[in-house]
Design a protein around this ligand. Structure first.
Ligand SMILES: [Zn+2]
Length: 74
C-alpha cells in the first residue's frame, strides 16, 4: 500500500512542521518581546529622538535620550 505510506509520511511531516513552528515561535522570550513592543516611548526634549521609558534620562521633569542632552538643555 504505497498510498497509505505516503499519507502517513505526510502526516508525520505536517506534525514535525507544526512542532518546529511552535518551537521557533517560542524561541525569543515572547514575554520580553511583548514588553519591548508595548513600552512607552519618551521623546528627547533636546533632539526629539524617541527613547523607551526604561532607558530615558530624566532631568528637571523632562525626558532626554542621554545625559549629554540633559546637560546641554539646561
Ligand atoms: Zn537627545
Amino acid at each position: 500500500m504505497m498510498l497509505l505510506r505516503l499519507v502517513i509520511l505526510l502526516v508525520i511531516v505536517a506534525v514535525l512542521m507544526w512542532l518546529l513552528k511552535r518551537l521557533f515561535s517560542n524561541e525569543p522570550e515572547p514575554e520580553q518581546l511583548e514588553s519591548a513592543r508595548s513600552e512607552t516611548m519618551r521623546q528627547c526634549r533636546y533632539c526629539g529622538v524617541h527613547v523607551p521609558e526604561s532607558s530615558v534620562v530624566r532631568a528637571n521633569g523632562n525626558s532626554y535620550c542621554c545625559t549629554e542632552h540633559a546637560e546641554l538643555d539646561q
